[in-house]
Design a protein around this ligand. Sequence first.
Ligand SMILES: *[C@@H]1O[C@H](CO)[C@@H](O)[C@H](O)[C@H]1NC(C)=O
Ligand SMILES: *[C@@H]1O[C@H](CO)[C@@H](O)[C@H](O)[C@H]1NC(C)=O
Ligand SMILES: *[C@@H]1O[C@H](CO)[C@@H](O)[C@H](O)[C@H]1NC(C)=O
Ligand SMILES: *[C@@H]1O[C@H](CO)[C@@H](O)[C@H](O)[C@H]1NC(C)=O
Ligand SMILES: *[C@@H]1O[C@H](CO)[C@@H](O)[C@H](O)[C@H]1NC(C)=O
Length: 224
Amino acid sequence: MWLLIILLFCVPIGGQVADPAKAVITLQPPWVSVFQEKNVTLQCERPLLPGDSSTQWFLNGTAIDTLTPRYRITAASINDSGEYRCQTGLSVPSDPVQLEVHRNWLLLQVSSRVFTEGEPLALRCHGWRNKPMHNILFYQNGKTFRFLPRNSEFTILKTNLSHNGIYHCSGMRRHCYTSAGVYTIKELFPAPVLRASLSLPLLEGNLVNLSCETKLLPQRPGLQ
Ligand SMILES: *[C@@H]1O[C@H](CO)[C@@H](O)[C@H](O)[C@H]1NC(C)=O
Ligand SMILES: *[C@@H]1O[C@H](CO)[C@@H](O)[C@H](O)[C@H]1NC(C)=O
Ligand SMILES: *[C@@H]1O[C@H](CO)[C@@H](O)[C@H](O)[C@H]1NC(C)=O
Ligand SMILES: *[C@@H]1O[C@H](CO)[C@@H](O)[C@H](O)[C@H]1NC(C)=O
Ligand SMILES: *[C@@H]1O[C@H](CO)[C@@H](O)[C@H](O)[C@H]1NC(C)=O
């Protein structure tokens, strides 16, 4: 009886429990580490749901005073560093995006620190105030793996387990400069989604199917 009452309030017409639509943060420009004084726009993307009103942003777990889907940082300072999340009325809070604001000669920028296999990963070795650098070397776990003669970026189109690790880059401009390291990790699988299928009215003894849906990686056949 108790269960039936809950369902009468929670199940939308049609008898299917709606997917918890998760908000996603995208960055423009797409880098999770930026130089001080740069402008960055965080966009909270989520499927439009009826009844959605405003967007709530969180920095380090504390709600911040912006209610638009776009959060604009003008002339980034160290104080804009931190863990951003966003949420709309009916969405599940987004995965966090860790934004780092740096002041350094050379910065290795990555499009994400956590990637799921098969996703692209962009890397960029960038000089302070766009100062041109040359003879750029990219390193993964201390070993060089890419040489680019000029300030530049490239993308690993399809990442796999071998792309885990610490990246940094070095470059020349009169002297030789080395960036700080950036640690990337691969997720085992995309965040699972719980689905329920049931038919109304739900009576005692009826069948309810719950499923936990995700994609398991083919090279980890033992994973359950
Ligand atoms: C950042 O935005 C401000 C205000 O919109 C603008 O005046 C400034 O030129 C922008 N800076 C850069 C580096 O684009
Ligand atoms: C950062 O925050 C601290 C403490 O709130 C403040 O003293 C400092 O002036 C801020 N720095 C900038 C660059 O806004
Ligand atoms: C958020 O946390 C990061 C590191 O945990 C810290 O560097 C940053 O200053 C914090 N930002 C704010 C606004 O509290
Ligand atoms: C991972 O991707 C690289 C190319 O970026 C490829 O050379 C390598 O064979 C791949 N490794 C696996 C285990 O698929
Ligand atoms: C639940 O799953 C079983 C087996 O896959 C299927 O026969 C049944 O129709 C499903 N029930 C509902 C309510 O979707």
